[in-house]
Design a protein around this ligand. Structure first.
Ligand code: BGP
Length: 466
């Protein structure tokens, strides 16, 4: 038996987002975001045709939910403000009901000893802005900065940890490369790059506004990072392929957000394919001078790649996969429900990379978790879901987080995805991730799973034995 003790004041908790948890009720003043709209025109794209209006009703249940967070060991919790709830038209008038809701939600968290971590953007652009092109349009950057400033002014006295975006690469790749987010385009790398670029610029501008307000807090970004492993470390071509995929999917955001500039190898490719984004004069200085204070790392799975087997045809629409092939490693451990590889050491490799190559910036694991289908089959006589697989998953990752901290990583906490089962984009309620189950057929009734009780003990003991 070994004891895994974590640093004092370690953040134990979980992450969620406004659009995946709040739900909508008549008269709440929220407008449609891209997911509300997409569901309204193509409900059959969503698992069992369940849309975001039926997210887990935190908008009305938050007081009881916070009591459950306490019982599951939370000393911190991340959610996001829904732009389409606070400023329904994207710009202009503020919805007072949203102000009251978020104020009360954040205050209630604090009253219960749970530090609110607040993210400004979790894939949920208001439809009014998508109609003018969304992140492709520079006006969206200005609108976002106004929205961010409004949030800092309204809630900056309570919220001390802010994040400008969650996984900003996802709206770019989901919306324009692989078609799993609205506007459901595929193979549009030039647009994806413009979207990503505008998000990075918007983040830097929001950081600038935040600093100008001199509020006593920290501001960062949440990135989904997947360590990029070559099929064969001794094969130069495989290693090169892994480096390029790392440039596309990790360093594209990590470098500008932490270091203030874009990776050279990526710029070379983008110039070569003639898909540079539209950049104004001061932009690069703004990005350079407004880097993050803190990095949130979402880790689910590694990326395994090999050298390209067929040559890239430059007359086709460019794609990142022109430069590498994905490698399906035999024997890898899988989460079959989500189809994602489970590779615990990846979390360690990410933390050590941040330590060695990103100035050991303060960071934390902002998401890590395991989505499982049909968890009611694990209910035992005590009526509880016995999700031992989730306990093992967390434990095995935490051991590697612990090892990285021992070796000097500045990792300040661990947030699981997610607190209670929530609505997951086109997968809706297919895979359940929470410490707390939500019975969508029984008035969204909540019950703590075995992992929730286990996590409570880990948090109280600030570690575990295994
Ligand atoms: C992350 C997102 C979350 C959440 C999670 C689980 O990428 O930040 O919003 O959804 O993944 O993934 P999924 O819902 O696709 O199963």
């Amino acid at each position: 038996m070994a004891r895994y003790e974590f640093p004092k004041n370690f953040w134990w908790g979980s992450a969620a987002s406004g659009p995946q948890t709040e739900g909508r009720i008549e008269g709440d003043g929220k407008s449609d975001n891209i997911f509300d709209y997409w569901y309204s025109i193509e409900p059959n794209k969503f698992f069992n045709k369940i849309g975001p209006g039926n997210a887990s009703k935190v908008y009305v249940n938050y007081k009881e939910d916070i009591q459950l967070m306490k019982k599951t060991g939370h000393n911190s919790f991340r959610t996001s403000i829904q732009w389409s709830r606070l400023i329904p038209n994207g710009t202009g008038e503020i919805n007072q009901k949203a102000v009251d809701f978020y104020n009360d939600f954040f205050q209630e968290l604090k009253n219960n000893g749970i530090e609110p971590f607040v993210n400004l953007y979790h894939f949920d652009i208001p439809m009014a802005l998508q109609k003018i092109g969304g992140w492709l349009n520079r006006e969206n950057v200005d609108a976002y900065v106004q929205y961010a400033k409004t949030c800092f002014n309204l809630f900056g006295d309570k919220v001390k940890f802010w994040f400008t975006h969650n996984e900003p690469i996802v709206p770019a790749e989901g919306g324009y490369l692989y078609g799993f987010h609205y506007p459901v385009k595929t193979n549009h790398l030039k647009e994806a790059i413009q979207v990503g670029y505008n998000e990075i610029l918007a983040s830097a501008l929001a950081i600038k506004e935040y600093k100008n307000l001199n509020l006593d807090g920290k501001i960062g970004i949440i990135l989904n990072l997947s360590p990029s492993y070559p099929r064969d470390e001794n094969n130069k071509e495989d290693v090169k392929a892994a480096e390029i995929s790392d440039a596309f999917f990790n360093r594209s955001f990590l470098d500008p957000c932490v270091k203030g500039y874009f990776p050279k190898d990526l710029i070379e490719i983008i110039k070569d394919r003639d898909i540079m984004p539209y950049i104004l004069n001061d932009d690069l200085d703004i990005i350079k001078n407004n880097v993050i204070d803190i990095l949130g790392i979402n880790y689910y799975q590694p990326r395994r790649v090999k050298a390209k087997e067929s040559p890239c045809i430059k007359t086709n629409m460019p794609m990142p996969e022109d430069y590498f092939d994905n490698y399906d490693m035999p024997g890898k451990k899988m989460n079959p429900y989500r189809g994602w590889e489970i590779y615990e050491k990846g979390i360690y490799d990410l933390l050590i990379n941040v330590k060695d190559n990103y100035n050991n910036i303060p960071c934390y694991i902002s998401e890590n978790g395991m989505g499982v289908e049909n968890e009611s089959r694990f209910i035992k006589d005590d009526g509880m879901i016995h999700d031992d697989y989730r306990i093992d998953f967390i434990k095995d990752h935490l051991k590697y987080v612990h090892k990285a901290i021992k070796e000097g990583s500045n990792c300040l906490g661990y947030h699981m995805w997610t607190c209670m089962d929530n609505w997951s984009w086109i997968n809706a309620y297919k895979n359940r991730y929470g410490f707390i189950s939500v019975d969508i057929d029984n008035n969204f009734k909540r019950s703590i799973k075995k992992s929730g009780y286990w996590f409570n003990k880990v948090s109280n003991d600030n570690g575990f034995e295994d």
